[in-house]
Design a protein around this ligand. Structure first.
Ligand SMILES: Cc1ncc(C[n+]2csc(CCO)c2C)c(N)n1
Length: 217
């Protein structure tokens, strides 16, 4: 039996494959990613997470089941711990830039627009690639790396790969599948479009970090 997530995951497999081929991911895996690129990424990711946690909270409040609300509000507050742990370790020697890059602005604004103006189902489809793609990439790196003892980015890799994060990703998937089960054809189509776009924005986010994307003017 193929649920909603299995279907969209299959359809968006080329995007995930393209992410695995990105120089950012390859160099994160072998530990050769320039520190300044990683710092740019962590800085922009802190700006992304600050908005993403509000979006998770909004989604949680809109869910009809209190377990779902609990899950999304826990995930939102969990982000604060991640921000504090990873970001402060990696950013301690760098001046924090509080201006979001064009891509960071695009991704966070896109999520906020969908979550506030569209159906709950579309909102759920918008926030899901953030969970599923990071889990897939974290697992992919853990499986293929040969340098776990001396990779400077191992803490980051361990945050998203492996069993610790798995339960949370599976719960997010189960909630979205549940809402998809009772969604009509039109909503299901919109969910797929939204999941696909958010997945592309995940690709773009790594690409923009690798190129240290700046505003052109
Ligand atoms: C651009 C970007 N996309 C996804 C994540 C990963 N992530 C952020 S919050 C969250 C759910 C709660 O832990 C997950 C999986 C990230 N850090 N940055």
């Amino acid at each position: 039996m193929s649920n909603w997530y299995n279907q969209v995951n299959h359809k968006t497999a080329p995007i995930l494959e393209a992410i695995k081929q990105q120089p950012f991911i390859k160099q994160l895996m072998d530990g050769t990613l320039p520190q300044s690129v990683f710092e740019f990424y962590i800085n922009q990711d802190a700006l992304y997470l600050a908005e993403y946690k509000k979006n998770l909270a909004t989604i949680g409040v809109k869910c009809s089941d209190s377990n779902e609300t609990q899950f999304f509000l826990d995930a939102a507050t969990g982000i604060i711990a991640v921000e504090n742990a990873l970001h402060h370790v990696f950013m301690k020697s760098v001046t924090f830039n509080n201006v979001p890059s064009p891509t960071c602005e695009l991704y966070t604004s896109y999520l906020t627009r969908i979550i506030n103006n569209q159906t709950l189902e579309e909102g759920l489809a918008a926030i899901l690639p953030c969970f599923t793609i990071y889990k897939a990439i974290g697992d992919y790196i853990l499986e293929h790396q040969t340098n776990k003892q001396n990779n400077p980015y191992q803490d980051w890799i361990n945050t998203y790969g492996g069993a610790a994060f798995e339960a949370s990703v599976n719960q997010a998937i189960a909630i979205v599948n549940k809402y998809a089960e009772s969604a009509n054809k039109d909503v299901l189509h919109k969910m797929e479009v939204t999941f696909t776009k958010a997945s592309k924005l995940e690709w773009l986010f790594w690409d923009s970090a690798y190129n240290k994307e700046q505003w052109k003017i």
